[in-house]
Design a protein around this ligand. Structure first.
Ligand code: NAD
Ligand code: MG
Length: 379
């Protein structure tokens, strides 16, 4: 039995992590955190009996304290509380399933204690990749990706990193694959929230529809696997069966496949280098029948090129790319801007980004604030 903490336990990755806990019987829960879903975290506390719990929303924390007063859990609040949960002594591993840059400080907190990071929160590496990787090395903390593509790449590289030439990262193409620029103008949040292959939180579902998600994942992969953006090729794969591929120096290509189910990469990030009992359906390739691949339409979906440009310009530009996207997605979901405005606003924020060499975590949060402000001024 390994002790683990789950940050963002009420979300899509968080709840699937707890399903993995149920299915494998290999883990005990030390701490759980969420933003404001008090009733769900209360149920989770009663079932998994963690020592610590935290709500970032102060009122939700007050409410939770009253609700679980009959249990032994200590309830904390705010982002400092999440950092305390991430650092709890007894846990060996932390699943970072918070959405957005809000996951950065808690992830750094877990890293500073040398814990294994089962990393779902890609925004951590996008905004502060250099600092996070350096800190992980310094504290002997292993970062094992949960993102399905990065888990596939990690599994495919195995111990052959020195022969790695290129990563071929797959993208489903989202619900609007094949649509023209004109057709994208009238996309509503309801349409964009329907992903063909994966069931995920709202923000990442919109990111998948704009292809911003693939841009974020390219930056994430650069940091995890030490390649430049030029050696990471995105391709559209409609069935989401090949989760990604790597090409070695002799042109051999290795892929990892499976049904589209996040429980597999979540489980692997926790059990690595071991493997567990099956946590999802087995892959029946005959039933799938066809695996199809296409080039990305960068003309209609400019997000990947914007991300690659940000990656070339460095940490602050990546934080501006990410912060502008988080703000624009929120506006879109609230009906305050159009679908195609999302990448337009990112581009505007990037064109005004400050230049800071060797940025600190404070600089990164400043760039994030700056980007959000620019996006708000766009509407
Ligand atoms: P979600 O919206 O379903 O859940 C987010 C969780 O974070 C919730 O528990 C919520 O309470 C918490 N949270 C929200 N705002 C917070 C804040 N300001 N401070 C602290 N906690 C906060 O999101 P998700 O789809 O589970 O995604 C989580 C992360 O995993 C994201 O970074 C996403 O990109 C990544 N990811 C998700 C999937 C997926 O299939 N859902 C796949 C790959 C990567
Ligand atoms: Mg992914």
């Amino acid at each position: 039995m390994k002790n683990i903490s789950v940050l963002g336990s009420t979300g899509s990755i968080g709840t699937q992590t707890l399903e993995v806990v149920d299915q494998t019987n290999d883990y005990r829960i030390s701490a759980l955190t969420a933003h404001s879903n008090v009733s769900l975290i209360e149920q989770q506390i009663r079932k998994y009996k963690p020592k610590l719990a935290c709500m970032t929303d102060e009122n939700a924390a007050k409410d939770l304290k009253v609700r679980v007063a009959d249990t032994n859990v200590k309830v904390l609040s705010g982002i400092e509380g999440v950092c305390e949960c991430a650092a709890i002594d007894e846990a060996e591993a932390v699943v970072t399933a918070i959405v957005g840059i809000a996951g950065l400080k808690p992830t750094l907190s877990a890293i500073s204690c040398g814990k294994r990071i089962a990393l779902a929160n890609k925004e951590t590496l996008v905004t502060a990749g250099e600092i996070v990787i350096a800190e992980a090395k310094r504290h002997g903390s292993e970062i094992i990706p949960v993102d399905s593509e990065h888990s596939a790449i990690f599994q495919s590289i195995s111990n052959q990193q020195k022969f790695l030439k290129r990563i071929i990262i797959t993208a489903s193409g989202g619900p609007f694959f094949g649509k023209s620029k004109e057709e994208l103008k009238n996309i509503t949040p309801e349409m964009a929230l329907k992903h063909p292959n994966w069931s995920m939180g709202a923000k990442i579902t919109i990111d998948s529809a704009t292809l911003v998600n693939k841009g974020l994942e390219i930056i994430e992969a650069m940091h995890l696997f030490g390649l430049s953006a030029d050696n990471i090729t995105p391709i559209i794969h409609r069935e989401s069966i090949v989760h990604s591929m790597v090409e070695f120096c002799d042109s051999s290509v290795i892929a990892q496949m499976g049904v589209p189910d996040m429980k597999l990469p979540i489980s692997y990030a926790l059990s690595y280098p071991e493997r567990t009992v099956p946590v999802c359906d087995t892959l029946d390739l005959v039933k799938v029948g066809t695996l199809s691949f296409y080039d990305v339409d960068n003309e209609t979906f400019p997000a990947i090129n914007l991300a690659k440009d940000a990656a070339k310009k460095g940490t602050i530009m990546c934080s501006v790319f990410n912060g502008a996207n988080e703000a624009a997605v929120e506006l879109f979901l609230n009906g305050k801007c159009s679908f195609t405005d999302i990448t337009k606003f990112i581009e505007t924020a990037m064109s005004k980004a400050p230049k800071i060499e060797n940025p600190s975590i404070d600089d990164i949060f400043m760039a994030d604030d700056f980007a959000r402000k620019i996006v708000k001024e766009c509407v």
